[in-house]
Design a protein around this ligand. Sequence first.
Ligand SMILES: C[S@@+](CC[C@H](N)C(=O)[O-])C[C@H]1O[C@@H](n2cnc3c(N)ncnc32)[C@H](O)[C@@H]1O
Length: 248
Amino acid sequence: MRFAERLVRAYFDCAYNVVYDFTTARLSRFRKLQARCVAELGLAEGDRVLCVGLGTGNEIPRILGANMAVELTGIDYSKTALKRAVRKAEKLSKNIDLRLMDARNLDFAPESFDKVLCIHVMDFVGDNRDQEKATREIMRVLKNGGKFVITYPSDREEKLGRSLLRDVIRDNLDSGKHPFRAFWSLVAQMLTGLVYLPLLARPGRSFYSGHDLQAMIGRLAGGDFQIEEYSSYQDRIAFGKRANEGGN
Ligand SMILES: C[S@@+](CC[C@H](N)C(=O)[O-])C[C@H]1O[C@@H](n2cnc3c(N)ncnc32)[C@H](O)[C@@H]1O
């Protein structure tokens, strides 16, 4: 593994996934994106579902809450994230298969899953070539006719960061808290947000135009898919079914 990649992975283990449940996971914009993606999966009883880049496991209650009878497998390359995900799974007393794995090299047989979900992970999977590799892996482990929902970044994070900061300030001003408490809550949130700054220096940062994403998904998944612009979180959601000729 390249040195820069090791650094990014260590960052996810030691910083990002440590604060994740108190920061990104609480943002209403992000929760709406997650809910939108899970709804698009159209879960059905008995589905074998794979979550790629499951993180600290915030998708677990959403998926199992929507349909308790699915077989859920989650992978992430951060041990810290998986430890937290295990705790969430235990709280639900559910048997979930959680594994340490890189999204670019999925250790599953072809056509193992009915559905694959991958939310806000491609943003961090190296450059466009790595993202294509991870997408190809998702299509490989998805059954013919199986459904995928994957988000891809549509712009640089600086813009999103500024607009999320405006949200945090407005939320605190409108919170009805005593001004002193609102001020300290704002300061705490802004300081925690500093943990995300190193992300701006990671190598290979890249994002997709609608046209480029359309071309890549068409090549890897086949014809039956859509790309939705999800501008409030600067993402494009690619969703659809893997067609027979896809996944190669
Ligand atoms: C923003 S979090 C998203 C977590 C989860 N999908 C959610 O919506 O809450 C991104 C996750 O991707 C993981 N990740 C980044 N690159 C990865 C890779 N190459 N393979 C597996 N996981 C990766 C990180 O460890 C992190 O947990």
